[in-house]
Design a protein around this ligand. Structure first.
Ligand SMILES: Nc1nc2c(ncn2[C@@H]2O[C@H](COP(=O)(O)OP(=O)(O)OP(=O)(O)O)[C@@H](O)[C@H]2O)c(=O)[nH]1
Ligand SMILES: [Mg+2]
Ligand SMILES: [Zn+2]
Length: 364
């Protein structure tokens, strides 16, 4: 490849978020036949991929189905030959959730992970200021995002539906320490200019939230024309039908990228990396003042957290939510640990059987 052509290619890629983190993974692996592209759409059996100039459809090589291989998700950087993806580069980060779980019950823990999107700079937690608005749900989304070690921003949309939308911002700020809260409307353009400033070139945002929250409408509004289908909230369930059914990465005219996702029904966790600690910093801070260092803030004497609930510094619902998510994550970690243990045991059983049969064969 000529140096000039190579330079052009990487300029196009960097507009799509390509950085040295990915470039370094290509060391000593140069081949003219292999192209680098980003997954910008996930369809049933194929992927839309882009190199910043052209977009085309590709399929994943069969070997990527193996359990120990990364399977492409939206936002991934991949190596392709023509229309076959044969490698997914290491991810800078990823947003995951538990899949195939039950309905929020402890015993129905998710059994596998679902990677929603990869290589993200910010996660927009989108919440409509209609029936969608729910402080506890926002807390749960925050915990999900922090569990994946990602950076959240809260987008309160449909501001036009409320006579005093600022009151919602204030309430959300009491549970979202240091997290930017944006009040927007796709109807009357409230807050759009400020929100646009966060869509910087080369940066990737992903939007999560309930179905009908207004994610796609907001994206269209920011884009300046309709690029994603939207739909009226379903009257029957009040939660909206799933209008967006695939995950798409849209390159915005502002230069950044936004990934639109289908609405989430059940917010199940999978990764468990300090999510609760980060989502409930004020409780963690107070806990340092409890008499016992292993205080559970349930009924222990000298508990600073319970004292804060009693005198109104912290809402009882907030503490309940803290306890609930902690229990869930502990249970999840135990389950994951157990299944890892079981897999290890099965692997050794396999090895032992092989040795046994080898010995038998040697005796023959
Ligand atoms: N009044 C008002 N309605 C809005 C606003 N944004 C979205 N809506 C309406 O909310 C409904 C749902 O919007 P969508 O953008 O399709 O919601 P979504 O979050 O993409 O939903 P899924 O794709 O199912 O996850 C539509 O009827 C929109 O017109 C807003 O700012 N104000
Ligand atoms: Mg949508
Ligand atoms: Zn305590």
């Amino acid at each position: 490849m000529t140096q000039k052509r190579e330079k052009n290619i990487y300029q196009n890629l960097s507009a799509l978020g390509w950085t040295s983190f990915f470039q370094d993974q290509l060391e000593n692996r140069h081949s003219d036949r292999v192209a680098t592209a980003r997954v910008v759409g996930v369809r049933k059996n194929s992927f839309a991929i882009s190199d910043g100039q052209t977009e085309w459809l590709a399929t994943a090589a069969g070997k990527l189905q193996q359990a120990n291989r990364r399977y492409p998700v939206v936002g991934d950087w991949v190596l392709v030959t023509d229309t076959v993806i044969h490698e997914v580069l290491e991810r800078k980060n990823r947003l995951t959730r538990g899949a195939a779980g039950g309905h929020g019950k402890l015993e129905a823990v998710p059994t596998r992970q679902q990677v929603i999107a990869a290589n993200l700079d910010t996660v927009f937690i989108v919440c409509g200021l209609d029936r969608d608005y729910n402080l506890r749900r926002i807390e749960r989304y925050l915990t999900l995002v922090y569990n994946c070690d990602l950076t959240p921003a809260i987008i309160l949309t449909k501001a036009d539906l409320q006579p005093d939308p600022e009151a919602f911002v204030q309430e959300v700020e009491t549970i979202a320490f240091g997290v930017p809260v944006h009040l927007v409307s796709a109807r009357d353009a409230t807050g759009l200019v400020r929100l646009e400033e966060t869509i910087a070139p080369g940066r990737t945002i992903t939007m999560i939230g309930s179905s009908g929250a207004g994610k796609s409408t907001l994206l269209n509004r920011l884009y300046g024309k309709s690029v994603q289908a939207t739909n009226a909230t379903s009257e029957k369930v009040g939660k909206g039908t799933h209008t967006t059914t695939s995950r798409d990465l849209i390159v915005m005219p502002q230069g950044g990228m936004i990934i639109d996702n289908p609405g989430i029904r059940e917010i199940s966790f999978w990764d468990a990396d300090k999510g609760v600690e980060s989502a409930f910093p004020e409780i963690e801070r107070l806990a340092a003042g409890c008499r016992f260092s292993d205080c559970n803030h349930a009924h222990e004497p000298g508990c600073r957290v319970l004292q804060a609930v009693a005198n109104g510094e912290i809402a009882q619902e907030r503490l309940d939510s803290y306890h609930k998510m902690n229990r869930e994550l502990t249970y999840l970690a135990e389950r994951q640990h157990k299944s890892a243990d079981r897999m290890e045991k099965e692997r050794w059983k396999d090895v032992a059987l092989k040795i046994k049969s080898m010995k038998k064969n040697m005796k023959k």
